[in-house]
Design a protein around this ligand. Structure first.
Ligand SMILES: NC(=O)c1ccc[n+]([C@@H]2O[C@H](COP(=O)([O-])OP(=O)(O)OC[C@H]3O[C@@H](n4cnc5c(N)ncnc54)[C@H](O)[C@@H]3O)[C@@H](O)[C@H]2O)c1
Length: 395
């Protein structure tokens, strides 16, 4: 299959591109490097060093003999988007290319507007390019479980049957997202569903949980092929932060009561899920939603699991929650559609946490502990990012 991977220089896009390439697909990779720009803006860096995209692509060709057609450009530039769709001629597009941090979107007005324009406009440009060039292209779009929020009822996969005043319909599941970033994903979902309805496009919205892990079968083939490991308060996910804190001997900092529960999955399962969605495409005009996670854990449970897996002594501290979120709540979400397609999950076991701790230990000299302190406060309209940015968000 000819597959264009958008956001292929990122944490998930790069290993996905390698995986699909190795599985025999013709893969094109697209990125504008804005993710690397956020690191420069905030004065932080991936814990694991990452090679530049062009170097990564060269090394992949040397190691595997496989080529990745490479396009550098911005999805908010509609001429660029038209060009990559017409030149590459994909049968499927996997769209990872968005600003993906909730705290980043909550820094201030400029970062909120940037996030929503980048994500919503990029996706709209893509929908138009697909509708104008080839409506049979299957769009696999990365959404997030955070679109649903934490309702006090079970979360379904995209749709819920509602009976109201004696009449019944299958309706989009209500969305209660927790940040302007998560809201951008909700807007995307609505725009994509609408495009499927009016133009007959086919799309799969993967409402993904929080991903952990850093190594895949392909990224470990050469150091140049490594993917990023973020642990800072803005882009780092909770398990990564806890592993870094454990290795450098800092107490694990749990936000609030720690009962915040989220769906999670191993990075190797992200690759498998995307491939399953590609191999079993949505029908013409179909907008379908898969909840892409394998297990759910609370923040406190994750801290306890890291403490259990770590060979030394560890303290767990509770700090004030900078976010506005329920610190204890009901959480049960359906996730059967990918299992029905054949997903065999990697579950979060002590061995997985120990392998993450080993990755951190190997690069511990690069840890900047100050980067873990949360500075972005949901309750204010303007927060300091760690490094002053002169008042300008990326254009
Ligand atoms: N990492 C997770 O735990 C997680 C969880 C749920 C959903 N997701 C979703 O998966 C996708 C990928 O996440 P990730 O962690 O790999 O993020 P990432 O930031 O590491 O990668 C995203 C890539 O897209 C690129 N990009 C962003 N805007 C672009 C634009 N306008 N034009 C071209 N390229 C652009 C960035 O430069 C970056 O390389 C995102 O859409 C994210 O919302 C991620």
């Amino acid at each position: 299959m000819r597959i264009l991977v958008l956001g292929a220089d990122g944490y998930l896009g790069w290993p996905t591109a390698l995986h699909l390439s190795r599985r025999g697909h013709d893969v094109g990779v697209v990125d504008n490097f804005c993710r690397r720009g956020y690191d420069l803006e905030m004065g932080v860096d991936s814990l694991v060093p990452i090679a530049q995209l062009q170097q990564r692509v060269r090394t992949w060709e040397e190691v595997s003999g496989l080529r990745l057609e490479t396009y550098v450009g911005d999805l908010t530039d509609h001429v660029f988007v038209q060009r990559i769709i017409t030149e590459f001629g994909p049968e499927a597009v996997v769209h990872f290319a968005e600003q993906r941090s909730a705290p980043y979107s909550m820094i201030d007005r400029a970062h909120c507007v940037y996030t929503q324009v980048n994500n919503v406009v990029g996706t709209l440009n893509l929908l138009y390019a697909i509708a104008e060039h080839d409506r049979s292209i299957h769009l696999v779009k990365l959404g997030t479980m955070g679109e649903y929020g934490t309702p006090n009822i079970d979360i379904e996969e995209g749709f819920i049957e509602v009976t109201h005043k004696g009449r019944t319909d299958l309706l989009p599941y209500p969305k209660q997202p927790g940040s302007y970033y998560h809201l951008s994903k909700v807007h995307d979902s609505h725009n994509i569903a609408f495009a499927c309805r009016i133009w007959g496009l086919r799309s799969t919205d993967l409402n993904q949980g929080v991903v952990y892990g850093q190594e895949t079968d392909e990224t470990t083939m050469h150091p140049d092929l490594a993917t990023r490991f973020d642990y800072d308060a803005v882009f780092g996910t909770v398990l990564n932060r806890f592993c870094v804190q454990a290795v450098v001997g800092h107490p694990l900092t749990v936000y609030g009561k720690g009962g915040q529960t989220r769906g999670m999955l191993d990075i190797r399962d992200t690759l498998a899920c995307v491939e399953l969605a590609l191999l079993h495409p949505a029908a013409e005009g179909e907008f379908r939603v898969f909840n892409q996670f394998t297990e759910s854990f609370s923040v406190r449970q994750m801290a306890d699991m890291v403490a259990d897996a770590y060979p030394g002594e560890l303290r767990i501290d509770h700090v004030e929650d900078p976010r506005v979120e329920k610190e204890e709540h009901y959480y049960r979400a359906a996730h059967t559609k990918l299992l029905d397609l054949g997903l065999v999950p990697h579950l979060l076991e002590p061995a997985t946490i120990r392998s993450l701790l080993a990755v951190v230990d190997h690069h511990r000299h690069r840890v900047d502990l100050a980067a873990i302190n949360p500075t972005v406060q949901w309750r204010t309209t303007a927060s300091a990012v760690r490094a002053p940015i002169g008042g300008k968000a990326p254009a």
